[in-house]
Design a protein around this ligand. Sequence first.
Ligand SMILES: [Zn+2]
Length: 195
Amino acid sequence: MFYRVFYPCNKIHKYLIKDLSVKISFVNECLACRRKIATYDEKEGKHRLLCDGKGNYQDFLDATTSGKNYIYLSDEAMDAIVKNSVSGIKEMFCCMAISGKFERTYHKCDITGKISLNEKAMFLKKKNYCEECGQFEWNKKGIGKLIVDENSWNGYDICRLDFFENIFICAERFKNIFHSEELTGLEFEAIKTTG
Ligand SMILES: [Zn+2]
């Protein structure tokens, strides 16, 4: 069973407004299709996150920012990930989450697990594909209910959805560890699977 990973939509927890450790280094235009290509880089120096919201910092920080999304974990969550040998999550660096006078350390992590949608079962097709930069549009506006293809899964506990890199999908094992370690800040929704 696979799950889509969400941040709870109530706003009692601290959430990330801006990842100050990232900068857009340049925006180019593809010469073939004229679509924009932005490149994101890490800033030098101390890594900082600007936060907002009331209440306590959760173990997973709600992190909807521009560009590619990453996952931000507390020390406790990072320990649980290491202790349980969770796969598909790779620490990049430590950063301080700051909101007013409150500060907490977070670990910025990339997600290396991979799984794809079953495009056929979802009636999804790529259109206006650019050979030069690889960008394209989908034939539908909203993608609707997700159906993942288990054959495309690289076996890791937490994954980025291929072609929708800001959607995180996890396997049963990740969800079980999250609950047994009593971590906070994520919700899970079961999704359909083929294969
Ligand atoms: Zn292009």
